[in-house]
Design a protein around this ligand. Structure first.
Ligand SMILES: CC(=O)N[C@H]1[C@@H](OP(=O)(O)OP(=O)(O)OC[C@H]2O[C@@H](n3ccc(=O)[nH]c3=O)[C@H](O)[C@@H]2O)O[C@H](CO)[C@@H](O)[C@@H]1O[C@H](C)C(=O)N[C@@H](C)C(=O)N[C@H](CCC(=O)O)C(=O)O
Ligand SMILES: Nc1ncnc2c1ncn2[C@@H]1O[C@H](COP(=O)(O)OP(=O)(O)OP(=O)(O)O)[C@@H](O)[C@H]1O
Length: 517
């Protein structure tokens, strides 16, 4: 059904969000007092620069009245806001208590509730969201003939096969519902999406019920004045997914799993679990099938359904694969049938640019790994992998890392804490920032080093940091070398003072220096 001023007002009122409608001198809660209240809006936007005749505008975030300067000439039909802008526009205003919640509800209606036509899967957790989302999409795509869409922090995919770089982990609600509509129109039946803590903090998924939600793990991250003031707030935001789903998949080893189970009990939501073998008991378990940990078997309810060998290395990625199996099962996939082997097989080739990418030098015994680890949990997982896979060769390990400026301050100590007793050399370098000087971020990290044996260098220019470390002459060295370059993945830009600045990319620099291009 088309969205009109009348139906928008009714919807907002039903959700207790509508204060009043203001149009010139008219203040009312009855939309029929406003001319054209039954005329469908032609478009919906949160950006005045995109207003077209007949559009509904949501004024959210750090919106300023001055943005409304030309909107009447562009034909604005109405706006939704927490403030009265009748002094700046002649369009009627739906004045609400919370514009972000209003925007989510209105966008869903404007796009004709595409979520009702999709099986929607939401994945949250501190680490593994993107990987689990890709693995789940591969499996659901395989069993549905390519009908699974994806919203992730790397790419969005609205047709099962075309991947377009994304801006946010979880899109703004309006963008999410617009993309869901496009996915439905493209014939998609499933949507797998990452759900960040910010998504709940700023109501990007308000009113959305996930058919299946996954809560992978939780550890401190994203703590800063512009993200979450405390770990409690970060965790609280993520926990909202539990009461907004029909079925929950939970990492059996997730910290504070008991609290998440309580949330699920209170919400009447069924819980199933996944884990790596040897940890907590779980419904879906991944267990190494060889000593190299390059193959794992997957068991559901104690019965092995098959084995898989992922292109993505690392035990943690098999935990992510077990999560994907548990998610697909909760979404209704029948692993009891002969399809189980194919489902596991569908996950094997999944690669995610910039995650666990290995590069072998042809001239020395050196391996460089480009990965997206950037907090305590992921750096620990990465070093556990290095230990498990290469530890017997006693390699010399160098870690090249920075940490983001202006936010996630806890990472500066946590990355150092995870690495300082497990690597030989630490190279601190550029990472995304806003206006905080990168020198300061690197100095903060250096000040967290307490291991006097650790060789620490600051090389602010990231290209130089990677080039000089990867290109160092190692011909005389007795030990093999592992160089871990983390935190940027395959990103081809830096964020600096709110702008994207082109960057060659960690992976490409390694390929160039190793002569692999
Ligand atoms: C805190 C937050 O959620 N900020 C997001 C938000 O900003 P905002 O609403 O304040 O928007 P703004 O850019 O200040 O502008 C205010 C409004 O004025 C409008 N405008 C602006 C200019 C104009 O001429 N006319 C006009 O109408 C803008 O379209 C906007 O709607 O809306 C923007 C797009 O609409 C987002 O890009 C932006 O995310 C910022 C950039 C961001 O990076 N946030 C991070 C913290 C984030 O969300 N991260 C999470 C987690 C990542 C993880 O887990 O690793 C994520 O989900 O990505
Ligand atoms: N299950 C896991 N446990 C611990 N570390 C993991 C796990 N899965 C992935 N990692 C590590 O975290 C990094 C990021 O993985 P991924 O992108 O899948 O997580 P994410 O939750 O989407 O992260 P972010 O929120 O930072 O985008 C990987 O490069 C790897 O180092």
């Amino acid at each position: 059904m088309a969205l009109t001023l009348e139906s928008a007002a009714r919807l907002l009122d039903r959700h207790g969000l509508l204060r009043e409608i203001i149009h010139g001198d008219v203040w009312t809660v009855d939309a029929s007092d406003i001319d054209n209240a039954d005329k469908p809006f032609s478009a919906i936007t949160y950006d005045t620069r995109k207003v077209e005749p007949g559009a509904l505008l949501c004024c959210k975030g750090r919106f300023k009245a001055e943005y409304l300067k030309d909107v009447d000439e562009h034909g604005l039909a109405a706006y939704v806001a927490e403030n009265d802008f009748s002094a700046t526009t002649q369009a009627p205003g739906l004045i609400v208590d919370d514009v972000r919640k209003a925007m989510s509800l209105l966008s869903a209606e404007f796009y004709d509730r595409p979520q009702d036509r999709l099986k929607v899967i939401g994945i949250t957790g501190t680490k593994g969201k993107t990987t689990t989302a890709y693995l789940t999409q591969a499996m659901l795509n395989g069993c549905s003939g390519g009908k699974c869409a994806l919203f992730s922090s790397v790419d969005n995919c609205l047709d099962g096969h075309t991947y377009v770089e994304s801006d946010l982990t979880t899109p703004e609600s309006m963008d999410a519902f617009r993309m869901m509509r496009e996915a439905v129109d493209n014939g998609m039946e499933h949507l797998v999406m990452e759900v960040s803590s910010q998504a709940y903090k700023v109501d990007r998924v308000y009113g959305l019920t996930f058919d299946v939600a996954a809560f992978l793990n939780i550890s401190p991250d994203h703590i800063s004045p512009i993200e979450h003031p405390t770990f409690e707030d970060y965790f609280h935001c993520k926990r909202q997914i539990v009461k907004n789903c029909r079925s929950l998949v939970l990492g059996a080893d997730c910290a504070r799993a008991d609290l998440i189970r309580q949330d699920a009990r209170h919400a009447g939501v069924a819980v199933s679990t996944f884990a790596l073998d040897g940890a907590s008991p779980a419904d879906v378990v991944a267990k190494p099938a060889d000593t190299e940990h390059s193959r794992f078997s997957i068991a559901i309810d104690g019965t092995t359904i098959g084995e898989l060998s992922l292109t993505l290395d690392g035990d943690f990625n098999y935990a992510n694969a077990a999560a994907a199996v548990a998610i697909a099962r909760a979404a209704g996939f029948d692993f009891g049938s002969s399809q189980a082997r194919k489902a596991l097989h569908d996950m094997e080739p999944v690669r995610i640019a910039g995650r666990m990418e290995h590069f072998k030098d042809t001239r020395s015994d050196t391996i460089a790994i480009v990965d997206y680890a950037h907090n305590y949990a992921s750096v620990t997982a990465l070093l556990d992998y290095v230990d498990q896979r290469y530890g017997s060769k006693n390699p010399e390990i160098t870690l090249i890392t920075g940490s983001t400026g202006n936010k996630a301050y806890d990472r500066r100590s946590e990355i150092v804490k995870a690495a300082q007793d497990r690597v030989d050399h630490l190279v601190l370098t550029f990472e995304d920032t806003d206006d905080e000087p990168v020198e300061q971020v690197c100095e903060d990290m250096r000040n967290n080093v307490t291991n006097p044996q650790l060789d620490v260098k600051i090389i602010l220019d990231r290209t130089e940091a990677v080039e000089s470390t990867v290109g160092a002459d190692r011909n005389d060295s007795q030990r093999p070398h592992i160089i871990l370059i983390i935190g940027k993945g395959n990103e081809r830009w830096f964020k600096d003072h709110g702008k994207h600045i082109p960057y060659e990319g960690d992976d490409r620099i390694v390929e160039r220096v190793f002569n692999l291009q």
